[in-house]
Ligand binder design. Structure first.
Ligand code: G
Ligand code: G
Ligand code: G
Ligand code: MN
Ligand code: NA
Length: 254
């Protein structure tokens, strides 16, 4: 497709841009950020990932694009380490199943960590349950390998996928991420509220952290807190933005 050809060119021309969205704890304390890629297309303007990540996955372009995203995120993480304000912050990077399964993934990740000097303990990889579909055993083995180097995992879009609880127990995860589809109507839809509450208990009983995404109102945040979820991400705390803009909202810089 035209977009596919454009995407190859975009990698060369450095048209991809990373935005950062705050992740906060009680008291509005910034604890980290999620990296979200955007494409500044010279003709079409801003293109969001829902319109190109699928193509990138289907064509394999997700491998070089994902590698660029991971390297850029690690460069930023290394910069954060130099400042007391930003040193403790974590950075969450989305990794597509196809990217994670790519033969060179682990080695390239370790190379990037070494070359950038980023602290692996501050890096979090967001995986989705689709990772488990084809080769669950392989995925678990690879995650275990990466985890041994200190990098953590968050299970993104949790509750929307296919993972069975028996697999969940075997994944070397640090965190479950409550999908925004359960947060959106949490105040008015009893099923969504029950699901969110159940995910929080599940996380706690498995000794995992839990974060809710798509939090837009104080009422949603408060209900999630009642359920025992004390880390949140969403427009209530800030839209995805350039890194300095995101940090400035918390009176920080890097
Ligand atoms: O802001 P938002 O439109 O960024 O993101 C939409 C979806 O695109 C999210 O569900 C997210 O998982 C995915 N996405 C955003 N950034 C990245 C990225 O850097 N890599 C991958 N693989 N997916 C991303
Ligand atoms: O990786 P993933 O599915 O989790 O990406 C999060 C997506 O949700 C991105 O597209 C991001 O721009 C979007 N997003 C982040 N915060 C909010 C929010 O508060 N409300 C809504 N509707 N979308 C959000
Ligand atoms: O917030 P702003 O006025 O820049 O938004 C312009 C358009 O881009 C709107 O349609 C808005 O929904 C969309 N948009 C802005 N930020 C994001 C984002 O992070 N993810 C997605 N998917 N869409 C966004
Ligand atoms: Mn995500
Ligand atoms: Na998500």
């Amino acid at each position: 497709t035209a977009l596919e050809a454009d995407m190859r060119e975009a990698l060369v021309q450095k048209q991809f841009v990373l935005h950062y969205q705050a992740q906060v704890e009680a008291g509005g304390k910034l604890v980290g950020a999620e990296v979200l890629v955007r494409w500044r297309h010279p003709v079409r303007g801003w293109i969001y990932p829902d319109d190109f990540i699928g193509i990138a996955e289907a064509t394999g372009l997700i491998v070089p694009l994902g590698a660029w995203i991971l390297r850029s995120a690690c460069v930023e993480l290394a910069r954060w380490a130099g400042h007391p304000d930003t040193e403790p912050l974590t950075l969450a990077v989305n990794v597509s199943a196809r990217q994670f399964r790519h033969i060179g993934f682990v080695e390239e990740l370790l190379t990037v960590l070494r070359e950038t000097g980023a602290n692996p303990a501050r890096l979090k990889l967001e995986l989705t349950e689709s990772l488990l579909l084809d080769d669950a055993e392989g995925a678990i083995e690879r995650m275990t390998q990466v985890r041994a180097h200190g990098v953590r995992f968050s299970l993104d879009d949790f509750g929307t996928g296919y993972s069975s609880l028996s697999y969940l127990k075997r994944l070397p995860l640090d965190q479950l991420k409550i999908d925004q589809s359960f947060v959106r109507d949490i105040l008015v839809n009893a099923n969504d509220a029950a699901i969110a509450r159940t995910i929080v208990s599940l996380a706690h009983s498995m000794d995992l952290r839990v974060i809710a995404e798509g939090v837009e109102t104080e009422e949603q945040r408060a209900l999630l807190a009642d359920f025992g979820c004390h880390t949140w991400q969403g427009y209530l705390f800030g839209r995805p933005a350039a890194v300095q803009e995101m940090l400035a909202q918390f009176s920080l810089s890097s």
